[in-house]
Design a protein around this ligand. Structure first.
Ligand code: ZN
Length: 305
C-alpha cells in the first residue's frame, strides 16, 4: 500500500485568494484543525508584500502563534529573497520558493522574468540551506499561463532540472490557473520526475475546470509522490474571477484512501473542519465530501440526514 503525502495549502493558497479576511486567531485555529486531522506539512503563510496581498499581512503574527507539534513542518511561501529573509526570521521551518514557467506571469506576479524567478528560487534554497532549513521550489504556470497561453513542457522540464541543482527537498509543478488535463499531467510529471530523480515531484492543482482529482490521480501514476490540497477546496485565482480553488483535501484523501493509498489523514476530522471553514466563510466550500459524507458511513455522516 503506497503512502501519499498531502501538503495542506489552505491556510496560504486557499485564504490568499479568498475575499473573506480571516483573523490571525481564525488562521491559527485552521492550522490546528488540519494538524489534528493528520497533516504533517502545512503551508502556513506567504511572506509577500502586504499591500499586494492583504490576506497575508499578518504572516509574522501567524508564525509567532503556530500550533507546534512534534513532526509537523510549517512552510513559508516566498516570491523573492526579501520574503525568504522574513520567513526565516519569523521562524518558519521550511521555505517554499516560487518561480513561473512563463514571462507573462512571472512579470506580473513577481516583477521579474521567468529566468530571473528561477535564479531567485535557487538563491532562496541556498540561503535556507545555509541556515540549516529545508526549501523547495514550485514552478507555477507549468501547464498554461493566463497571459502567455500555452507553456512549452520542455521549458518546465529544463527549469526543474536547473532548480534541482540548487539542492531543494522537492520540485513542484503547479497548474496555477487550473487548465491541465490528465494526459498532459502524466506526460509532464514523467518527464520532470526523470529529470530530477531522486528528488521527489510534488504537484499543485486547481480545480478550475473540474479536472483536479483526475489530475492528482494521473500525477501519482506518473511518479509524483506529494500532492498539495486545500481543506474545502477553498481559494481561487486572482486572474480567473469565478475559478474554484485548489483540489479539496478531504476529497483527495477520500479518493486515495478508498483506492488503497495511505494519506495519514482522518476523513471525519477533515469533514468537520471543512464544515467549520464553511461556517467561518459564510458559504459552502467547493469540496464535496463534507456535503455527501464518507462511505461506508462513519460518525460524521452526511450533512443532511
Ligand atoms: Zn495555487
Amino acid at each position: 500500500m503506497a503512502n501519499v503525502q498531502i501538503v495542506e495549502v489552505g491556510p496560504r493558497d486557499g485564504l490568499q485568494n479568498e475575499s473573506v479576511l480571516f483573523t490571525t486567531s481564525q488562521k491559527l485555529e485552521f492550522l490546528g484543525r488540519v494538524i489534528d486531522a493528520g497533516a504533517r506539512r502545512v503551508e502556513a503563510a506567504s511572506f509577500v508584500n502586504p499591500k499586494l496581498v492583504p490576506q497575508m499581512a499578518d504572516a509574522e503574527a501567524v508564525a509567532a502563534g503556530l500550533p507546534r507539534r512534534a513532526g509537523v513542518t510549517f512552510i513559508g511561501l516566498v516570491l523573492n529573497k526579501r520574503g525568504a529573509l522574513r520567513a526565516l526570521e519569523a521562524g518558519m521551518d521550511e521555505l517554499g520558493a516560487v518561480c513561473a514557467a512563463s514571462d507573462g506571469f512571472a512579470l506580473r506576479n513577481q516583477g521579474m522574468t521567468s529566468d530571473a524567478s528561477l535564479a531567485m528560487c535557487c538563491e532562496v534554497v541556498r540561503l535556507a540551506r545555509g541556515q540549516a532549513h529545508p526549501a523547495q521550489i514550485t514552478i507555477s504556470t507549468a501547464f498554461g499561463c493566463p497571459f502567455d497561453g500555452e507553456v512549452d513542457p520542455s521549458r518546465v522540464v529544463e527549469m526543474a532540472r536547473l532548480a534541482a541543482a540548487s539542492g531543494p527537498v522537492e520540485i513542484a509543478i503547479a497548474d496555477t490557473i487550473g487548465v491541465a488535463s490528465p494526459g498532459e499531467v502524466s506526460a509532464l510529471v514523467e518527464r520532470v520526475a526523470a529529470a530530477i530523480r531522486p528528488l521527489p515531484v510534488r504537484v499543485h492543482f486547481h480545480n478550475t475546470r473540474n479536472t483536479g482529482l483526475a489530475n492528482v490521480w494521473a500525477a501519482l501514476h506518473a511518479g509524483a509522490q506529494i500532492v498539495d490540497a486545500s481543506l474545502g477546496g477553498i481559494g481561487g485565482c486572482p486572474f480567473a474571477p469565478r475559478a474554484t480553488g485548489n483540489v479539496p483535501t478531504e476529497d483527495v484523501a477520500y479518493m486515495l484512501e478508498r483506492s488503497g493509498y495511505r494519506t495519514g489523514l482522518d476523513l471525519d476530522s477533515l469533514i468537520a473542519s471543512a464544515r467549520w471553514l464553511a461556517g467561518v466563510m459564510g458559504r459552502d466550500v467547493p469540496g464535496m465530501l463534507s456535503r455527501a459524507g464518507v462511505f461506508p458511513k462513519q460518525s460524521a455522516g452526511p450533512a443532511i440526514a
